[in-house]
Design a protein around this ligand. Structure first.
Ligand code: ZN
Length: 238
């Protein structure tokens, strides 16, 4: 590689590292450490779990999921993709009517690691604007893939939003995972204080349908174990 190109490549890598990769690593480390401090502390001996759903709303899956949560009297947290929310305003309304928390999960699920400052700012503002048009004041933000950049961190701060990551995933978005396997992972990985990240939209090969099937199996197990279902505001502060 000629020296000029090599220097340009090094400079680009340094920018990427300081703009998005290191901030993302810092956020992940912080999340890991926070999750090691049992949320039990905050909930004074209660056994709590926080169920959260990303990537929706989706008219094919979200209504069935909302039915299931209602049948079980469970409040959850939904991190909506704003463009999907715009297409399904009745589902956002239903979430709120049924006592769920509605947070934001970006405008259209682009990865912040590789988004420039201007796009990051404009997409963030557009997403918040869509949610406001849906009468939804979003306070909690979950960045796509748990990745951020400095501009995104600045926007969250400017809008007074709290970032919510997770402590448990079950890889439920995968096209090749069965509902039984998702349920098995959830039973094994979840404990008191867990913030569980599942998906009611996107995913491969109709993945959210298997997420719902898995929840049908595992919710009764959690309930009989005495778990209480809390929303993100209870875990991350109001
Ligand atoms: Zn997502």
């Amino acid at each position: 590689m000629p020296d000029k190109n090599k220097n340009a490549a090094i400079a680009a890598a340094a920018v990427l590292l300081s703009y998005s990769m290191l901030p993302t690593a810092a956020v992940r480390v912080n999340n890991y450490i926070t999750n090691k401090i049992p949320a039990v502390k905050k909930s004074a001996g209660r056994k709590t779990i926080c169920l959260s759903f990303d990537d929706g709303p989706d008219s094919r899956y979200t209504p069935e999921l909302l039915d299931l949560l209602k049948e079980n009297d469970i409040s959850a947290s939904f991190f909506a993709v704003a463009e999907s929310a715009e297409k399904n305003p009745e589902l956002i309304q239903r979430m709120k009517d049924e006592g769920h928390l509605v947070g934001l999960h970006s405008l259209n699920h682009r990865c912040p690691l590789f988004m420039g400052m201007r796009d990051t700012r404009e997409e963030f503002m557009r997403a918040v604007d869509i949610m406001h048009q849906l009468d939804t004041d979003v306070i909690y933000f979950r960045p796509p893939w748990g990745t951020i950049n400095l501009q995104l961190a600045g926007m969250m701060h400017k809008y007074g939003m709290k970032m919510v990551l997770w402590s448990v995933m079950a890889e439920d978005w995968r096209g090749d995972i069965t509902a039984e396997e998702i349920a098995r992972r959830l039973r094994r990985r979840v404990h008191s204080g867990s913030v569980i990240c599942l998906h009611d939209g996107r995913g491969e090969n109709a993945a959210p349908a298997r997420t719902i099937q898995a929840l049908r199996k595992v919710i009764p197990v959690w309930k009989s174990a005495g778990y209480e279902f809390v929303k993100a505001d209870e875990v991350y502060g109001k």
